[in-house]
Design a protein around this ligand. Structure first.
Ligand SMILES: *Cc1c(COP(=O)(O)O)cnc(C)c1O
Length: 398
């Protein structure tokens, strides 16, 4: 078989598949940045971005990836020497903590390992122990893409309220926005960080920082904020260039317009429901396969699994072998096992991830699962039979 024939499918957890509508919207000559369609379009992006996060707050756009948006968010509300608390449930929680340290913040980590969600009780206790009120913000990851754990942000907010602690709740929704249900205002999230290349279906290159009134107050109390990261002019620009702290990310903005239109046309609730059903189909297949071999879902409790990415354990060297097989023979690229073992450790080859975020539908997921089933058969990795049929029953409405 020639894997180069037909469409390749990048089934990694970001960057995700870019829809043709988005590609077409971006395929245009460089637009004028002083007048015309770009200027006329940009202000209209804000209300649609806000509705995707279910907030009536503000949003600032950065020309950055997710790491840049992490830094942007922190730079507006916490000053060097101040303290943040990080409930970590995987590589990305630790990654945000590293960005915080780099900004000169003091970081306390509550480590929940790689297979369990953040425990609200432990968060509450940690905040109660902060009698001096030193902790300025809690940096929570909604979906940690490395482990595929989905944390209960509303429960974390309740724990903060139960402790009577004034820290801001900051949420990394880079892997969850427009995939998993997220209600910024209803859940009491003060600052939300997102990026373009996952549920928003764009290439990497845009970072988003959403903020509410409590975060505005924290920003006003800062002695100094980097001119570039400052969200004030970006969210409320007097001049067009201030939206982006310089030249606009021209083509990304046309792509973003197309992506937001697609989400609006489908309906955000329907987008979430589609992701939920496709995720359940994947879990159903993996549960069956797990009965007869080494494959295992990383997160045991479905209530704490992402609907956008699924982390799997299969034992070394099967993870790497399977990834290579489906890429070379079937044109499907699966995700590496990020943060589960050190690269160089033979155990590293025992993990992989399926990305199912953004522009995905049933036949794409069923095709990916079919390729994995073929790979396990070809590589003689033991597995239970009937996984594809189990997935089909979920797709079919079971
Ligand atoms: C992808 C991702 C990031 C990092 O985004 P980059 O664009 O690679 O900088 C951070 N957090 C989460 C949860 C992610 O999924």
């Amino acid at each position: 078989m020639r894997p180069t024939s037909g469409r390749p499918y990048l089934a990694i957890p970001g960057p995700s598949v870019v829809p043709d509508e988005v590609l077409r919207a971006m395929h245009r000559p460089a637009p004028n940045i002083y007048e015309g369609p770009l200027i006329e379009m940009t202000a209209g992006l804000t209300p649609d971005l806000l509705s995707v996060a279910r907030t009536s707050g503000d949003v600032a756009i950065y020309i950055s990836n997710g790491h840049g948006a992490w830094e942007a968010a922190l730079a507006n509300v916490v000053a060097p020497g101040e303290k943040v608390l990080v409930p970590a449930t995987g590589r990305f929680g630790h990654g945000w903590a590293e960005i915080a340290r780099g900004l000169g913040l003091e970081v306390e980590i509550l480590d929940f390992g790689k297979q369990a969600p953040a425990d609200p009780d432990r968060l509450e206790n940690a905040l109660r122990a902060d009698t001096a009120g030193e902790i300025k913000a809690v940096l929570a990851t909604h979906v940690d893409t490395s482990t595929s754990i989905r944390n209960d942000l509303a429960a974390l907010r309740q724990a903060m309220d139960a402790a009577g602690h004034p820290a801001l709740l900051m949420a990394d929704c880079i892997a969850s926005l427009a995939c998993d249900r997220f209600e910024m205002d209803a859940w009491g999230v003060d600052v939300t960080v997102a990026a373009s290349q996952k549920g928003l279906m764009l290439p990497p290159g845009l970072g988003f920082v959403y903020f509410n009134g409590r975060a505005v107050a924290a920003r006003e109390a800062m002695a100094r904020v980097s001119r570039y990261w400052d969200w004030v002019p970006r969210a409320d620009p007097a001049l067009f260039y201030q939206y982006f702290g310089g030249t606009a990310p021209t083509h990304h903005l046309f792509g973003l317009r197309a992506a937001l239109d697609m989400i609006a046309a489908e309906g955000l609730e329907a987008v979430w429901a589609r992701h939920a059903r496709l995720a359940r189909a994947i879990w159903a297949a993996c549960d069956i396969w797990a009965e007869g071999g080494p494959l295992a879902l990383n997160v045991a409790d479905p209530a704490f699994r992402s609907h956008a990415v699924t982390a799997l354990r299969i034992g070394a060297p099967h993870g790497t072998d399977l990834r290579n097989w489906v890429q070379d023979k079937a044109g499907v690229t699966l995700g590496i096992g990020l943060g589960m073992a050190e690269p160089g450790d033979p155990a590293w080859h025992g993990f992989f991830r399926m990305g199912h975020m953004g522009h995905v539908n049933a036949h794409m997921v069923q095709g990916m699962l079919g390729a994995v089933a073929a790979g396990m058969a070809a590589l003689e990795i033991p597995h239970g039979t009937g996984g594809l049929e189990a997935a089909a029953r979920v797709i079919g409405g079971a």
